[in-house]
Design a protein around this ligand. Structure first.
Ligand code: PLP
Length: 456
């Protein structure tokens, strides 16, 4: 086995990490952690330190770590058939079975699933499918996409453009042309604090209408949205939001894409966030929870109506010119089948709903009245605590103080991993679904301590 100091040196010398301060990491100034193993809700690093992972990796290890059922399925698939492509109608038992399982769980009006590898590439696929769709329908101008400030849809060229967080744009020359961002459905951060929730929702709807009128509905193809803002702050939609937005989209013949990379497969205590919030999307993006991250796999689910146009397109133009070498990779799809079976057999979607409700209730009980907590919010197995300098009038901390990251650091000192969400001092919690009530009590208690340790 390699020595830890040797690995750490190699890491600094050779490994360029995603979403990392590259210079500080290479100089050895930034925190790094070399993970060795994990089980249930705990990860363990190479120094033998065990931590409760209250963010399930990047909200993806939904069934928890160390599930031998999935590991065995991956190993068996690798032995029998590690790879074959899915081009020109090829498939495997795993890819075909998983497609069926996904559609059995998806909203009734969905028709087919295309498999990719990451949430970013699945969104990229959906953009291309929508452009293709409008070309087949003879509407070559209808191509622009509206997403929301604080939405997160990946970090590719187009998907990074859809993402509505400054840090993913700056110095990358993003967003690209044809992507526009409308108001974030983030009631706590509304500009006008005197607005009621209903007034704020009306404003979100009016802002959208105004953008559509300005640009021309004949130039706008789709509206891209997470059912609940995830990386942008873990913000459930304000009451009535989807009821206000969807009729506008329908009126202007704008497709709705539900990016369910976080919410798909149970995180809200329902199979999909769309059903949870009464959305009727035309396309759905899935990833993380599809395999609980035991192997990279994503999917683009298309509705019956969209599918019919795609079919017509290939009848008119020949095969679809879109595909990845690793689309529907057998190892990923075998992991997906085992993961969805486990989700069912252990009743983990219900557990996410029940224990998630307990987490949100306990967190609110412990912190909602704290003078430096502006809001405790969440839904299902997602919870956020937003820190403020002052509650009344609502005043945020100067970003330089990095209060969110400081509290998350104090939580890590107590062996609990939370995430400092970008764009504010927001503590994010998105644990695996197998979290117990005792785990919840530990997370809440240590969060209270960490906030105190940060001097708040
Ligand atoms: N969409 C949403 C809602 C996400 O949260 C993420 C990742 O966190 C993505 C897309 C991008 O997925 P990936 O990082 O697998 O490309």
């Amino acid at each position: 086995m390699r020595r830890n100091d040797e690995l750490a040196q190699w890491d600094r010398d050779h490994f360029m990490h995603p979403s990392t301060h590259l210079a500080q990491h290479a100089r050895g100034e930034a925190m790094g952690r070399i993970i060795r193993t994990a089980s249930g809700v705990h990860i363990e690093d190479r120094n033998g330190r065990r931590m409760l992972d209250a963010f399930a990796g990047l909200y993806c290890v939904n069934v928890g770590y160390g599930r031998t059922e999935i590991a065995d399925a991956i190993a068996a698939q690798a032995r029998e058939l590690a790879y074959y492509h899915a081009y020109v109608g090829h498939g495997t038992e795993a890819s075909i079975t998983l497609a069926r399982m996904v559609l059995e769980r998806a909203p009734d009006h969905m028709s087919k699933v295309y498999f990719g590898l990451s949430g970013s590439d699945a969104n990229e696929t959906n953009i291309k499918l929508i452009w293709y769709y409008n070309n087949i329908l003879g509407r070559p101008r209808k191509k622009k996409i509206i997403s929301r400030w604080r939405g997160y849809h990946g970090s590719g060229l187009m998907t990074g453009s859809l993402t509505g967080l400054e840090v993913f744009h700056a110095k990358f020359d993003l967003p690209m042309d044809g992507v526009m961002h409308t108001t974030a459905p983030y009631y706590f951060r509304r500009d006008d604090v005197s607005q009621s929730e209903a007034q704020f929702v009306a404003q979100c709807a009016a802002d959208l209408e105004e953008m559509i009128d300005r640009e021309g509905a004949d130039t706008i193809a789709a509206f891209w949205a997470e059912p609940l803002l995830g990386t942008g702050g873990i913000v459930p939609p304000p009451k009535g939001y989807w009821d206000a937005i969807q009729p506008i989209l329908r009126r202007h013949d704008i497709l709705l894409v539900a990016d369910e990379v976080v919410t798909g497969f149970g995180r809200l205590g329902t199979m999909f966030g769309s059903e949870h919030y009464g959305m009727r999307p035309d396309l759905i993006t899935i990833a993380k929870g599809l395999t609980s991250a035991y192997a990279p796999l994503s999917g683009s689910i298309v509705s019956d109506d969209v599918w019919k146009v795609l079919e017509r397109g290939t009848d008119e133009n020949g095969p679809l010119g879109h595909g990845w070498t690793y689309s529907a990779h057998p190892i990923g799809t075998a992991a997906g089948v085992a993961n969805l079976e486990l989700l069912d057999s252990l009743g983990l979607v219900d557990q996410a709903g029940a224990v998630g409700a307990y987490l949100n209730a306990r967190m609110a009980e412990a912190l909602a009245d704290h003078p430096h907590v502006g809001e405790v919010r969440g839904d299902g197995m997602l919870c956020a605590v937003e820190l403020v300098a002052d509650r009344d009038p609502r005043t945020f901390f100067e970003p330089d103080r990095k209060m969110g990251a400081t509290v998350v650091g104090h939580l890590a000192e107590q062996d609990v991993i939370a995430r400092a969400m970008p764009g504010g001092d927001i503590l994010g919690f998105a644990p695996p679904f197998c979290l117990s009530r005792d785990n919840v009590d530990e997370i809440v208690e240590k969060t209270v301590t960490a906030i105190a340790q940060a001097g708040l």
